[in-house]
Each structure stands twice: as C-alpha cells, then as structure tokens.
Design a protein around this ligand. Structure first.
Ligand code: ADP
Length: 398
C-alpha cells in the first residue's frame, strides 16, 4: 500500500510517498512560495539527486497537480499511474475537542474542521485547502486527517483547564490542547522499541525543540501534560514566539503603546523568543555562533531557553511523581549537544546524568545518558510523516 502524506502550510506543501510495506519513503519533496512569485518544487526520489522545478503556482491545487505530475515522471517519479496512490494522509494542526484521534475525511469532517478555524486561524485554513484540492483532483482516493492535537486528548482536566471563568471553556472551548502530537507520539513509541519495554508504568518527558518548541509529560505512554496551550504560543521560549509571559503584559502594551490586538499578537508570535532577546536571529545556530564571539544578549537568549526547558522538565517530573526517560527531538534537540547539555546540567538530583562523549551525537538515534544514569536520556529524530502514514493505513482499512 502506498500512502501520500501531505502537510500544507500557508504558502508551502511538504509531501512524502511511503510504501507501507516496510515503511519505505519512495519520494519526498517540498513546494515553496505557493501563490507568490518564484514558486518552486524541490523533489527527491530516494536514491537520486534532487530535482528542482520552477513553475508559477497560483494556489495549492496547482501545487498538488505539480506534485502528482512529478510523482509520475519517468525518471524522478515513483509510480506509473495515480491508481498506485492508495490513500492520502493530511496533517491537520488543530482538531479541537472533536477529534481525539485520526479520522477518515468526508464532507462532514471538513465542515467540523472549518468550525475549528477560529482555534488555529493561521494553520487550519491551508490544511483544509490542501484537503479540498486533493478531493477535487483525486476524488476516489480515501483521505485521513491526522491532528497535531489528538495525542494530547488524554490529558486530565487538571492539565487542560485554564483558571478562567468555566463558561469560557464550556462555550468557547478555551482550554489547553497542545501541539506537535504526532512527534511526541512517535518518539515516545520509539523509546518502547529501543528499550524493549512497555511504556506502561513509565514516566517520560519528550522535548520537541525546533523553531516551534514544546515539551510533553507522558505517563504510561499517554500525554499527561504539555507546554503548548490553546495555541502554539504558550510554553517554552521559541525561535520567534515568547511562550509563557505575564498575561497582563498584553493589556499593558495595548494601553501604554496604543497597540492593537493584532499588533501584540504579531509581536508575541514573530518578534519575541530567542530572536527577541538576542536581536540576532531565530536560528539557534546563528545565536550559538554569536554567543561564542561574546555577544551577551545571544548568550542570555540561549540561557533563557535552556533554563525554561529545565524548569518544565522539573515541573513535569513533579507532576508525574517521577521520571524514567527524557527524549530530545526536532532541529535543535537532534543536533545541538550544547543545548542538551545546558538543559540537563543541574538535573542530577532527579537522576539525570549525561555522558559528554555520547552527547556529541547529531541527527541519529542514540542514548546519551551515562550507563548508570537513573533517567535514560535519548536523542530520537522525529518522523511525523510515518505516524501520519500509519494512521492513514489503519483508518482506511477499518
Ligand atoms: P520547525 O519544523 O519548527 O521549523 P525544525 O525542527 O526544523 O523546526 O528545527 C529548526 C531549528 O533547529 C533551526 O531554527 C535551528 O535553530 C535548529 N537547528 C538545526 N540544526 C542545528 C544545529 N546543528 N545546531 C543548533 N541548532 C540547530
């Protein structure tokens, strides 16, 4: 069975065609600048060089048509006919409370996704546009929606309720949802594979540290608490997002600086985080390089980031009543040994002991804790596409 995994952003589309017999990636790629001048597709057939196609793409439908044409290409393609695409799995950012697991997409599901737009105005519309475009082009191919929020639907009320008037939860569904669910799920399941032990009875913190960053407390293999909230703005210090701040700062800025809600939203989402503190960049590589040259604000941004992750790990260990595993994943978590070290330094009291030699690893699965460390620490590259493909296979064969 071949599953096409699609992840639509506002002006981009990532895809992977996966043969589920052995979970082999046949081809993958990225379309950028959809609807903007200079749109292009970067495609890679496994085992061949990258192919770049520059073509004017007005919208996501154009983009999907180009992807399908490329997948049929005699040299770079991976299938001879579109009939060889058995199902399509779509990443959908916000499933609200309605979607606690993946779902086969029909018109009713699309309508419900549209009702959730208010909860994720930046992310959900492009996801839905991608779904509708696929439905138009390949009406007979079954599609499954896989939600970033679904894994976190096991959180207990004490984790997801905000201390606001309860009616806001009942009437407007204002609560913690959490994101990066497919990533947290994937890496936690890999821990079970790597240790050869069930997750039943275990306590784990998974750290998805990329441009967007979130931590999840996982108890018995299920999400117990997570740092992102109703939106992906809450929690850790991120590339450009502020994470946790005193909520009164919002009204203070509106009042004192005459800022509109949209301006404050933009400031917190796009101009804050490590970019805001350092003034250098949102990319940790640039900030690490500047800090090494002695830039104090760059160092402060790195320190604040690591300090916040450390605080969350400690609080989740307390909330779960212990800790057995820590997992690092995503761009920074997989690649930056200095960030991992700074985060884990000082957590020895919890039983976390990093092996500096093992911690030099980059971008591949490894255990980086010392042999006798009570808490086992892993680096596990995330693979959200395979989770989407697995769910697509499972839900279409039901
Ligand atoms: P997202 O999907 O949220 O854009 P990624 O998981 O791709 O994020 O992570 C991207 C981030 O990872 C980059 O902004 C960069 O800061 C960080 N990163 C990637 N490689 C390295 C590295 N070798 N050292 C430090 N940071 C890195």
């Amino acid at each position: 069975m071949n599953v096409l995994v699609i992840n639509c952003g506002s002006s981009s589309l990532k895809y992977q065609l996966i043969d589920m017999d052995g979970e082999k990636v046949l081809a993958k790629g990225l379309v950028e600048r959809i609807g903007i001048e200079g749109s292009l597709l970067k495609h890679e057939k496994t085992g061949l060089d990258k192919l770049v196609i520059e073509e004017n793409l007005k919208n996501h439908k154009d983009a999907i048509n180009l992807v399908l044409k490329t997948l049929l290409d005699a040299k770079y393609g991976a299938v001879k006919s579109l009939d060889e695409i058995d199902a399509i799995g779509h990443r959908v950012v916000h499933g609200g409370e309605k979607f606690a697991c993946s779902v086969v997409i029909n018109d009713e599901v699309i309508d419900t996704m549209k009702e959730n737009i208010g909860l994720a105005p930046l992310h959900n519309p492009p996801n839905i546009i991608g779904i509708e475009a696929c439905k138009e082009i390949l009406p007979d191919v079954p599609m499954v929606g896989v939600f970033d929020t679904a894994f976190h639907q096991t959180m207990p009320p004490v984790s997801y309720i905000y201390p606001l008037p309860y009616e806001l939860y009942e009437e407007m569904k204002i609560r913690r949802y959490g994101f990066h669910g497919t990533s947290h799920k994937y890496v936690s399941e890999r821990v079970a594979d790597l240790t050869g032990k069930s997750l039943e009875g275990t306590k784990m913190v998974t750290c998805h540290l990329g441009n967007g960053a979130s931590l999840t407390a996982i108890k018995d293999g299920c999400s117990f608490d997570t740092s992102m909230g109703m939106t992906p703005l809450e929690g850790l210090v991120m590339g450009t997002r502020c994470g946790d701040i005193d909520p009164a700062i919002v009204t203070f800025l509106m009042d004192k600086q005459d800022m509109t809600a949209e301006q404050v939203d933009n400031l917190m989402n796009k101009k804050s985080g490590v970019l805001g503190i350092s003034g250098v960049s949102n990319d940790f590589r640039d900030i690490e390089a500047e800090a090494e040259k002695g830039n104090k604000r760059a160092q402060l941004a790195l320190d604040k980031f690591a300090y916040t992750v450390k605080k969350y790990i400690g609080s989740y260990a307390a909330a779960m009543g212990g800790l057995d595993y820590i997992v690092f994943t995503a761009g920074l978590g997989e690649n930056s040994s200095s960030a991992r070290k700074e985060i884990c330094d000082g957590l020895e009291f919890l039983g976390v002991e990093i092996d500096d030699e093992k911690n030099k690893t980059r971008g591949k699965e490894a255990e980086i804790s010392k042999d006798g460390s009570k808490v086992k620490v892993f680096v596990i590259p995330t693979n959200e596409e395979v989770v989407i493909a697995r769910d697509t296979k499972e839900f279409t064969s039901k």
